[in-house]
Ligand binder design. Sequence first.
Ligand SMILES: NC(=O)c1ccc[n+]([C@@H]2O[C@H](COP(=O)([O-])OP(=O)(O)OC[C@H]3O[C@@H](n4cnc5c(N)ncnc54)[C@H](O)[C@@H]3O)[C@@H](O)[C@H]2O)c1
Length: 385
Amino acid sequence: MDKVRMGIIGMGNIGKYHADYLGNKKVNRCELVAVCDPVAPLESYKPLKTFTDGEALIKSGAVDAVIIATPHFQHTTLGIAALNAGVHVMVEKPISSHKADAGRLIAAHARNPNVIFAGMFQLRTEPRYLKIQQLIQNGELGEIVRINWINTDWYRTEAYYASGGWRATWKGEGGGLLLNQCLHNLDVMQWLVGMPKRVRGFCQFGRFHQIEVEDNVTACLEWANGATGVFASSTGEAPGTNRFEIVGTMGKLVMENNRLTFTRNEADMLKFSQAAKQGFVKPDVWNIEIPFENAVGPHAIMVQNFVNAILDPASAGLIAPGEDGIHSVELANVMVYSSLIGETVELPMDGAAWEKKLNQLIAESKIEKKVMKVETADFVASFRR
Ligand SMILES: NC(=O)c1ccc[n+]([C@@H]2O[C@H](COP(=O)([O-])OP(=O)(O)OC[C@H]3O[C@@H](n4cnc5c(N)ncnc54)[C@H](O)[C@@H]3O)[C@@H](O)[C@H]2O)c1
């Protein structure tokens, strides 16, 4: 094979976006040949093959690979169908609505290990996060002691929530702000500093909107080395803040307002404390501004990486193997689960317990979702810069 025949399943906001750059040949050695959606009009995509059923597209023989861009629950069922059919699959985030489903998807890949399974976690291509990763991995920050992410600029209106019947319902999405908007941030956080060992969530459900799922979150986290942190987010707060702060014994990294700064301690703060003869001194610091550009077409970079992995088995490997996607799902789930049971939860969490609780929330749901046609021209502005 010297070219990947690609299909897209789910032609809503993000499916159309993928189709645009693929149609504009932004991904080499890849040809968009088929699109699928049971509802969205597909006439304008002809002469591409069109389908109304995802499994029919997968089994058609028309594609070597698919991007699954449906609501989250179908990521699992369609992802498993693709893996079992030997069709390479890139699943949109989150890879599943809950941890137990993510486990099922990963198990299907384990049964079909020669099929490429990737997750769409495009923030991993952004140079600002790659620079943070480099500083952590090189030991420049020292040992990490605190991670705070105030991530409250995910403002969404009532019209946004009314734009899809599946949105912000237990049944349609399995969660809210964490699983939908914050998923990329949760992925980046765990990709940079690993998974915490304990989480206590304080989620508020429908605090700012007429929805049943969380739209305001504060969660306390603790890592195995004793590092602690807070993750806060909201879709109801304006203007909101996006400040990511990682503190290590060698200084403090702050990403805010499109700037990345490293306030570097001249000496390790713990060693300095142990050696100092005075009580109120602090290590001297250097203030370092770290320049970065934004990635150009991060989604296309991810799909190019996926295509390269399919065509060149000896290539550098996936930026985001599908398996990695279970971590962000688990973080999103545990923050909600901990809030609902009013307890700190040890990780790895019990995925079956959350699935049971989620099914109870779905069964008891009384929400009647108002759905209306909403202008989506501002969709691209929703990508986290
Ligand atoms: N990576 C990113 O930057 C990014 C951005 C937006 C959305 N997403 C993710 O993409 C997914 C879709 O989000 P969206 O905003 O495009 O939603 P959307 O509601 O605009 O589109 C979803 C589409 O899927 C279709 N669909 C539903 N069930 C289907 C099925 N079984 N087979 C085929 N099509 C089906 C719907 O008819 C709809 O057209 C979500 O999981 C979301 O988290 C990712």
